[in-house]
Ligand binder design. Structure first.
Ligand code: IVH
Length: 674
C-alpha cells in the first residue's frame, strides 16, 4: 500500500472507531457524549472519505448499515439448534409448582435463578463469524427461520463488527451466536402509527406486530427508518450455551457491546424471584417498551442440562405473565369506522379511563357477532382490557347495582357512513361491508389492486404515486386513471417528464388487456383471477355479467351461491354500473370471446411436476383447464392426480406420502381423451 493510501486508511479506521463508540454510547447505553449534529458531522466526514476511496469501504463500516437492494423474499435458514419457546405461569401457586419440579428433577433445593424482563417483541438469532455480523435469522418455526440480515443490519444497537480485543476481554470467541429479542420501542411505535394514519394505511395493533412487520420488510431502507432495538439474552457456539452461568452470559454480552436489559436480577431463592416479579408489575408502565411478564431461568448451565427440555420449551426456564390490565367504564356511544376493504367496524366510544399508563377512550367491538356475544348496549358499563395489545377491547358488560344497564341497542347502518353506499353482510360472515367501489375509504387499495401487474399491469403506479393521486383527489375511482393528464403528473413529487410519459404509456397499453383483467380489476369480493377468467369466457361481455341473475351466475364454473350473490350485489349498486360506463367510454376492453369449457375433468384437481416430453407446463395446464379441471401448485389431500414428468421432485414424494394418484404423460392424455 502506498504511504498516502495508508494514511487515508488510518484516518478512515480512526473515524470508524470513533463513530462506533458514539453509536454504542447512544444506542446501547442510552448515554450519548456528543450532540446529534456533531455525530452527523463525523458520519459525513467518513462518507466523504469513502466516496473518494470506494475501494476502502468494508461491509462493517458504520456507513454500510443500509445497503443492498430491495429483495424478492427471504431465504430459509436452519438454526444451529432449535429456538425454543417458554412455558407460561400466571400465579404464584403455578410458579411454586414449577420450582417444586425443578427441585425434584435436580435433586437439590439451593438453586439460583436469573430474573429478566419478558420483552414483547420477536426473537432473533444473530450469527457472528470472524467478529463480524454474518446473519440475522428470525425464529420461524423454531427449526428453520428466515434470513433477514439486511434488515437486522439497520438496527443500530446491533454491532456490525466487534474488535477482537473487546471480544477477548468479554470472554467471547470470534465465531458465536447471540439470541435475543428484537422490538420496537413504544415511542417509535406511536410515531409510526400516527404516520400511517396520515397516509391512510392500516395501523399496527401492537409494537410486537410492528417489529415483526418491519423486520420482514423487503426494503432495508424502510426498516432503517423505523428504529428497532435488540436486546441479547443468550450466547451460543455451535448451537450450545457457551458459559457456565446464565448471569455470566448476560454480563459477557454486555461487555461485548450488546444491549442487555439492565433490569435483571440474580436471585438466591424463589422469595427473591417473587419480589422482583411484584416490583416490576407496578413499574412496567414506565418502561420505554412493552413487557408482558418476567422470565425466570435456572442460572447454572449444568443444572439446565440436567433439567432438559419438554417438547417445545426448556424445563429450566419459565415465563410469569402479568395479567392484562383492565378498567371499568361507560359506553357513551358506538360508532362505525370504515376500513380499506370496506369493512365496517363498530367502535365503543368510552368515558375516558386510565388503564396501564394511558387513557383509554375507545375500544374495538370487531363486528356484530361480537356485539351480540357481549350483549353490549349504548349506556352500558363495561370492563375494558389492554393486554400486550395496544388496541383495547371490551371484555364484558358489568351489571350490578352500581352499574345500571344501558338501553339503546346498536344497529349497523344500512348506508356507509363515509360515502352513503349500500352496506351488506354476506350470510355466514361476521363482517358488514360497504359495496360501493368508489367509497373513499376503499379508494387507495382499489386503485393499487387495479394497477397491479396481474390485473391491469400499469407499471409505475405503486404506493408512492397512488398516495399522491388519491390525496390530491386526482383519482377518485379506477376510471379516473384514464383521465390523468401529463400536467397532472408533472405536478407530483419525484415525477419528471420521462417518468410521466412512461406512466401515460402504461395506462394507454392497459386498455388493450382482455376482459377478464377488467373484471378482476373491479375488485368484486371473492372474484379472483380465475373466477374472472371463467366469467369472461362464459358470458363474453361485461354487460351480460352485469345483467345476469344470481341463478345465471351460478352456471359458471366454480361460481357458487356466495360468489354469485357478491357479483349481483356489486352490479346492483348504481355507482358501480356508472363506473363500468366510464371505463367503456375510456376505451377499455369490455367484450371477449365466449368459450365453453369441457366437463370431462370438472371438479378434479391436478398438480404438475417434472418435465413432460410433448407439452410445456403451460400447454398441459391449458389442456386440463379446457377440460374443466383445475391445476394447483402444491400437493395436498385434496389433489386428485399428480402428473409426473421426468426428474419429478418433492411434489412426487409428497403425492406418494399422501397416497395421491400419480400418472405420467400418457396417463394424462388418457384422462383427457376417454
Ligand atoms: S428466553 C429457551 N428470555 O418470549 C429460551 N425469551 O414466550 C427461550 N422473550 O420466544 C427464550 N424476553 O421471544 C427469553 N428475557 C427473555 C425474553 C424472552 C422475551 C420472548 C422470546 C421467546 C418468548 C417465549
Amino acid at each position: 500500500m502506498p504511504t498516502a493510501t495508508k494514511d487515508i486508511q488510518k484516518k478512515i479506521d480512526a473515524l470508524r472507531d470513533k463513530i462506533r463508540q458514539h453509536e454504542y454510547r447512544y444506542y446501547v447505553l442510552d448515554d450519548p457524549e456528543i450532540s446529534d449534529a456533531e455525530f452527523d458531522k463525523l458520519m459525513e466526514q467518513l462518507k466523504h472519505l469513502e466516496a473518494e476511496h470506494p475501494d476502502l469501504i468494508t461491509p462493517d463500516s458504520p456507513t454500510q448499515r443500509v445497503g443492498g437492494k430491495p429483495r424478492e423474499g427471504f431465504l430459509k435458514v436452519r438454526h444451529s439448534s432449535p429456538m425454543l419457546s417458554l412455558d407460561n405461569t400466571y400465579s404464584e401457586v403455578e410458579l411454586r409448582a414449577w420450582e417444586r419440579r425443578v427441585h425434584e428433577l435436580s435433586g437439590r433445593k439451593d438453586i439460583e435463578y436469573v430474573c429478566e424482563l419478558k420483552l414483547d417483541g420477536m426473537s432473533m438469532a444473530l450469527r457472528y463469524a470472524g467478529a463480524q455480523l454474518e446473519r440475522g435469522i428470525t425464529r420461524g418455526d423454531g427449526n428453520v427461520g428466515e434470513d433477514v440480515t439486511s434488515n437486522v443490519r439497520t438496527v443500530r444497537s446491533v454491532p456490525l463488527s466487534i474488535s477482537k480485543e473487546r471480544l477477548k476481554k468479554a470472554g467471547l470467541p470470534l465465531d458465536f451466536e447471540v439470541r435475543g429479542e428484537l422490538l420496537m420501542p413504544l415511542s417509535g411505535f406511536q410515531k409510526m402509527n400516527e404516520e400511517r394514519e396520515r397516509q391512510g394505511l392500516s395501523k399496527f395493533a401492537n409494537p410486537r406486530n410492528a417489529a415483526a412487520g418491519t423486520v420482514r420488510q423487503l426494503e432495508p431502507s424502510i426498516t432503517a427508518q423505523r428504529r428497532l432495538d435488540f436486546f441479547g439474552y443468550s450466547l451460543l457456539t455451535n448451537g450450545r450455551t457457551l458459559l457456565d452461568r446464565h448471569s455470566e452470559t448476560l454480563d459477557a454480552l454486555e461487555a461485548a457491546g450488546f444491549k442487555v436489559n439492565p433490569s435483571r436480577k440474580l436471585a438466591n431463592n424463589m422469595e427473591e424471584v417473587w419480589t422482583f416479579i411484584q416490583q416490576w408489575e407496578g413499574k412496567r408502565d414506565n418502561l420505554p417498551h412493552e413487557i408482558d411478564g418476567i422470565v425466570v431461568k435456572v442460572d447454572r448451565r449444568s443444572l439446565q442440562e440436567e433439567l432438559g427440555y419438554t417438547g417445545k420449551a426448556p424445563r429450566w426456564a419459565i415465563a410469569y405473565k402479568y395479567a392484562a390490565r383492565g378498567g371499568t367504564t361507560k359506553v357513551e356511544d358506538i360508532i362505525v369506522q370504515v376500513g380499506r376493504t370496506g369493512k365496517l367496524t363498530p367502535v365503543a366510544m368510552l368515558r375516558p379511563v386510565p388503564i396501564g399508563g394511558t387513557t383509554v377512550s375507545r375500544a374495538t367491538l370487531h363486528n356484530m357477532d361480537e356485539i351480540e356475544r357481549l350483549g353490549v348496549k349504548i349506556g352500558d358499563w363495561v370492563e375494558v382490557e389492554r393486554g400486550g395489545d395496544v388496541i383495547p377491547k371490551v371484555v364484558r358488560v358489568v351489571d350490578d347495582k352500581d352499574h345500571p344497564r344501558g338501553h339503546k341497542s346498536f344497529h349497523m347502518p344500512e348506508r356507509c357512513p363515509v360515502c352513503g353506499g349500500k352496506v351488506v353482510r354476506t350470510p355466514g360472515e361476521a363482517d358488514h361491508r360497504c359495496v360501493n367501489a368508489n367509497c373513499p375509504a376503499k379508494l387507495r387499495e382499489t386503485i393499487l389492486h387495479f394497477a397491479a401487474r396481474s390485473v391491469m399491469n400499469i407499471d409505475g403506479m405503486g404506493d408512492a404515486l397512488v398516495n399522491q393521486l388519491t390525496e390530491r383527489r386526482l383519482v377518485n375511482n379506477v376510471a379516473d386513471i384514464y383521465r390523468i393528464t401529463k400536467d397532472d403528473l408533472l405536478k407530483l413529487e419525484r415525477m419528471g417528464d420521462k417518468s410521466a410519459q412512461n406512466v401515460l404509456n402504461e395506462i394507454e397499453a392497459s386498455k388493450k388487456l382482455p376482459l377478464q383483467r377488467v373484471i378482476y380489476g373491479l375488485g368484486i369480493r371473492f372474484v379472483g383471477e380465475r373466477t374472472a377468467e371463467f366469467l369472461a369466457e362464459h358470458f363474453g361481455s361485461l354487460d351480460s355479467i352485469m345483467n345476469a341473475s344470481e341463478e345465471e351466475l351460478e352456471q359458471v364454473n366454480e361460481v357458487g351461491p356466495r360468489i354469485a350473490q357478491s357479483i349481483a350485489e356489486f352490479f346492483q349498486e348504481p355507482r358501480n354500473r356508472d363506473l363500468v360506463e366510464q371505463l367503456r367510454n375510456a376505451g377499455l376492453t369490455l367484450k371477449g370471446k365466449r368459450k365453453e369449457r369441457g366437463t370431462k375433468l370438472a371438479g378434479q384437481t391436478f398438480v404438475l411436476t417434472g418435465t413432460l416430453a410433448h407439452y410445456s407446463r403451460d400447454q398441459a395446464k391449458k389442456m386440463i383447464e379446457d377440460a374443466g379441471g383445475r391445476v394447483a401448485s402444491s400437493v395436498s389431500k385434496k389433489t386428485d392426480f399428480v402428473i409426473a414428468g421426468a426428474d419429478a421432485g418433492s411434489k412426487l414424494d409428497k403425492a406418494r406420502e399422501l397416497g395421491v394418484k400419480i400418472v405420467d404423460e400418457k396417463g394424462m392424455k388418457a384422462l383427457l381423451e376417454n
